[in-house]
Design a binder for this molecule. Structure first.
Ligand SMILES: [Zn+2]
Ligand SMILES: [Zn+2]
Length: 118
């Protein structure tokens, strides 16, 4: 262990389902330099590269509340329903989600299989 190293390695968020990776500046519920933003969950946050405003930020992803897998916010990777769930856990516990969510997921599955065919 080299205790003299002061350089902090860049923090990289990697989605463990789709492999998306991006450096992040903050993990938590209240990003720095934002006035009144408190997120609903602890998230990996990065600065919005397309905005000159300091307060703009992007949520990259979060950790699954069941298995603590790091997942991005893409609808293929995770679902937010009171808490963050990765798609693996969603599929595993689908019967415990409300019918509305089940219906939405079924609809999405249909759409993506259609897209794969054409
Ligand atoms: Zn992902
Ligand atoms: Zn999970």
């Amino acid at each position: 262990m080299d205790q003299t190293t002061t350089e902090i390695p860049p923090k990289i968020f990697t989605c463990q389902l789709c492999g998306l990776s991006s450096p992040f500046v903050y993990y938590g519920q209240k990003p720095p330099n934002t006035r009144a933003i408190v997120l609903l969950e602890e998230c990996f946050v990065t600065k919005d590269p397309f905005s000159p405003e300091k307060e703009k930020f992007l949520v990259l992803g979060s950790t699954c509340s069941l298995c603590s897998l790091c997942v991005c916010v893409a609808s293929d990777c995770s679902l937010f329903y009171t808490k963050r769930f990765c798609m693996r856990c969603v599929n595993k516990h689908l019967d415990q989600f409300p019918h509305q969510i089940q219906a939405e997921l079924a609809k999405k599955k249909q759409q993506s299989s259609k897209a794969a065919v054409s």
